[in-house]
Design a protein around this ligand. Structure first.
Ligand code: PXP
Length: 269
């Protein structure tokens, strides 16, 4: 059970806006510094094969400028491995990548990619990075992640968030239960459990309430919301929603524990 819940802010979409025009503005490095000042625990950036988000130069500048950890999202390719080993980010999240997709669609298939992925976990871990696998909330994917030696997983919560926002309550509940079960199982087998994708002000509470989750990584919504009130205010609001949900869930877990202990004492009398 993790009492602390970290917030990673993904600055890819600041780069996307910059790239729409060319030139240097808006600068994702400036956004990363603002995010850190607003209370982000880490910065996340995805160096894609087609460089549609951050560039190689952004990665270097981010590592120089920010004082909080950087998580590099990357596909399991030799080019990316080489870059990650050269720049040594604090953490690396391995994601699936298809050129034609608009965003990372679905988690990594660690079960079938086991042999290919193990080398990345070994090499990146050997270089000092905390390596996570971006996976669907699925027991087989959790087992496979553990068996290749990954210390952490990031559970893809995008489908759940979409269903909740679209008002598909039954689907959302079913998908949330999968996330709850996966987080519990992941923690039980010794994995650090993170979550990300599609999180908004309306969906963050129910994910933050899952006590095994230690880190949320959020990008698109925060950058979009910042258009209206600034990054500082968007991040502070997200932080306060996640902290409130986590505090309430911890309070409930504590009450449950106390009443179970009292029941046991009563039955012992
Ligand atoms: N985590 C991972 C592994 C991702 O690929 C992304 C999207 O780049 C995110 C989190 C953030 O998702 P979103 O931009 O929808 O908040």
């Amino acid at each position: 059970m993790a009492s602390e819940l970290r917030l990673g802010v993904n600055v890819d979409h600041v780069a996307t806006i910059r790239n729409a025009r060319g030139g240097g503005l808006p600068d994702p490095v400036r956004a990363a510094c603002a995010a850190a000042a607003a209370g982000a625990d880490s910065i996340v950036a995805h160096l894609r094969e087609d460089r549609r988000h951050i560039s190689d130069d952004d990665l270097i500048r981010l590592l120089e400028a920010i004082e909080i950890p950087l998580t590099l999202e990357m596909a399991a390719t030799d080019e990316m491995l080489d870059i990650a080993l050269r720049h040594a980010p604090h953490a690396v999240c391995i994601v699936p990548e298809r050129r034609e997709e608009r965003t990372t669609e679905g988690g990594l298939d660690v079960v079938s990619g086991h042999n290919h992925l193990k080398r990345f976990v070994d090499d990146l871990g050997g270089g000092g990075a905390i390596v996570s696998m971006f996976i669907e909330p699925d027991q087989a994917q959790l087992d496979a992640s553990r068996s290749i030696g990954a210390p952490a997983v990031e559970i893809h919560v995008g489908a759940y968030c979409d269903a909740l926002i679209d008002g598909e309550h039954e689907t959302a509940e079913r998908l949330r239960q999968r996330i709850v079960d996966a987080a519990a199982y992941g923690a039980e087998i010794g994995l650090k459990v993170h979550a990300g994708h599609g999180i908004t002000f309306d969906t963050v509470g129910s994910i933050a309430a899952i006590l095994e989750i230690e880190e949320l990584n959020i990008g698109h919504f925060l950058i979009g919301d910042a258009i209206f009130g600034g990054l500082d205010s968007s991040i502070k609001r997200m932080r306060s929603l996640m902290d409130k949900a986590r505090a309430e869930a911890l309070g409930e877990a504590c009450l449950l524990y106390t009443s179970d202990a009292a029941d046991e004492e009563d039955s012992g009398d």
